[in-house]
Design a protein around this ligand. Structure first.
Ligand code: ZN
Ligand code: ZN
Length: 211
């Protein structure tokens, strides 16, 4: 939704109150996203036409107005507004990354030989299909990346979902998961040897393809 602003502008000795909007669907180029009210525009142009100021002063005034709403971020009003949210997202990212590093440090290929994907498919840890082990997308080093490269997250919850997308599990955990579900798909590429009696019933691999 566009933001509306009022800008007190002294121009050619006359005080104006310009109405501006940002976030408007405009053509690209300098000033993209901005609208300024027509009466103010016409008065500024009239002052230039009267010879009170140079025409270039009109452009300067418009640029000053836009810049005043982007001072904090140096980019645009969206970035100015998102600075706190970006700082929060960075903190949440660091916390989630720490959690993930600690969790991974506590696992070995021997202790956690399986990966269960978000769809419930069972892989061996070394599967070539790269079964979506949790990775954390960075929210953006700068507020510009955060805002303009669609990296805004809805808070720490999104990181928890990401962390939970695929899971490394122990043989015992996998056996328990298999016990709770009637069938779990077994990856055809890595064909992990499922624990105990589940080898046959929890497989979508044809018998001939087994190793
Ligand atoms: Zn911006
Ligand atoms: Zn696999």
């Amino acid at each position: 939704m566009p933001y509306a602003f009022s800008y007190e502008l002294k121009f050619a000795g006359v005080q104006h109150e310009a109405k501006l909007e940002y976030g408007v669907d405009t053509p690209d180029g300098e000033g993209a996203g901005w609208m300024v009210d027509m009466p103010t525009m016409l008065r500024l142009l009239q002052a230039a036409e009267n010879g009170d100021v140079a025409i270039a002063a009109v452009g300067d005034a418009l640029r000053r107005m836009m810049a005043s709403y982007s001072q904090a971020s140096g980019c645009c009003p969206d970035c100015d507004y998102a600075m706190d949210a970006h700082a929060r997202a960075l903190k949440q990212y660091e916390a989630a990354a720490d959690q993930l590093r600690q969790a991974e440090a506590a696992m070995t290929p021997e202790s956690h030989p399986f990966v269960v994907s978000s769809s419930g498919k069972v892989h061996s840890l070394t599967c070539r299909s790269d079964p979506g082990l949790p990775t954390l997308p960075h929210p953006g080093r700068t507020v510009q990346e955060f805002v303009h490269e669609s990296r805004m997250f809805d808070g720490v919850g999104s990181y928890q979902r990401i962390v939970g997308s695929a899971r490394r599990v122990t043989t015992a955990e996998l056996a328990e998961m298999l016990g709770r579900r009637s069938t779990m798909a077994r990856c055809k590429l890595c064909q992990p040897a499922l624990p105990g009696a589940y080898g046959s019933e929890a497989s979508d691999v044809e018998a001939g393809a087994r190793r």
